[in-house]
Design a protein around this ligand. Structure first.
Ligand code: ASP
Length: 319
């Protein structure tokens, strides 16, 4: 591996719940893999966050299904789980897929749960009272008298997505507030570059729906030669455009991380999509350059270097 530019770590909005602990690992000479896993576990355990781990918002049936993945830049090893239920730390199970089941890269649903059980991971109820209330509040609106025609009022891609994905519950409004998948990318002292992503996916999604977070090249990609990138937001657009891999390829072609992210988002934005919602991304290179872009104004990403006294917030370039 090349010259030492780490440790450095970046993450999406709300990753600050885990990034300081992850940086402690890096400062002590620990691995990017351990740092990313530790940081994301803390985010998964953050009960105030309704887009990841315990207290994530459920699918249309009120069941929390989680997606997570981890990718190592030097080997392009990848591990992921998707639509996994009842296990609070999917990032750790994704890592075990990569390390202990290297003949596979992605396990879903019952198979992922069986693997977690075999490894002795503890089960937990993931639907917290607060997340359940948010879901139930949405269900209540379905029983109101003005259901007919409501779908036509949906103006944003988020609203249209959630409404149209629900044959079961016909109509859901988007959840307000800080939202989205959490990405963490770490570069350690040895020069290893690891990218991790964890999410409960789109709130009130169709059961079994898997987004970009568990798919290499879509929501997560790391290649030690050029950089690592990850996405938050409208996962189907990241899947269709291969967004994370596109960003890394853009860096390979000579773009800065910020330009690479912007170009990838513009490519995704050019796709026809009735359910268009914001997509955000961020990237880190093996020589420590970083940047992000977003479909909306005011988005930031979180950064810590060895010398940071706490998480620093950097603007993402708006499209
Ligand atoms: N990217 C996530 C997914 O498609 C959702 C999000 O970040 O809001 O599952």
């Amino acid at each position: 591996m090349s010259a030492v530019h780490g440790p450095i770590i970046i993450g999406s909005e709300r990753s600050e719940a885990g990034i300081p602990a992850a940086m402690e690992i890096l400062r002590a000479g620990g691995s990017a893999l351990d740092a990313v896993e530790r940081g994301l576990r803390m985010c998964e355990d953050n009960l105030e966050d309704h887009y990841i781990g315990t207290s994530g918002l459920p699918n249309a049936r009120g069941i929390v299904e989680l997606d997570a993945s981890i990718m190592v830049g030097s080997t392009r090893a990848f591990g992921a789980v998707a639509a996994i239920k009842n296990y609070p730390n999917p990032i750790s199970i994704a890592r075990k897929v990569m390390e202990e089941l290297p003949q596979h890269a992605l396990l879903v649903g019952e198979g992922a749960e069986a693997f977690a059980e075999y490894l002795g991971f503890s089960k937990a109820e993931l639907l917290t009272p607060e997340a359940k209330k948010l879901w139930k509040d949405q269900l209540k609106t379905i029983n109101s008298e003005s259901i007919e025609g409501e779908n036509t009022k949906a103006t944003t891609g988020d609203e249209r997505y959630r409404m149209a994905s629900l044959e079961l519950v016909k109509r859901m409004a988007p959840h307000e507030g800080p939202w989205g998948t959490i990405n963490i990318i770490a570069l350690d002292k040895s020069g290893e570059l690891v990218c991790g992503v964890s999410t409960s996916g789109y709130p009130y999604k169709h059961p079994g729906r898997v987004g970009d977070s568990a798919v290499p090249g879509a929501g997560n990609y790391s290649d030690i030669r050029y950089g690592a990138a990850a996405c938050t937001g409208r996962g189907e657009l990241a899947l269709r455009s291969g967004a994370a891999r596109t960003i890394v390829e853009n860096i390979r072609a000579g773009m800065s991380p910020e330009d690479a992210c912007t170009a990838a988002l513009l490519e995704a934005a050019a796709l026809p999509d009735d359910f268009r919602a914001e997509l955000r991304c961020l990237a880190l290179t093996p020589d420590g350059r970083h940047g992000g872009a977003s479909g909306m104004q005011g988005s930031t990403y979180t950064l810590m270097t060895e010398h940071s006294t706490g998480p620093e917030f950097h603007p993402r370039r708006p499209l």
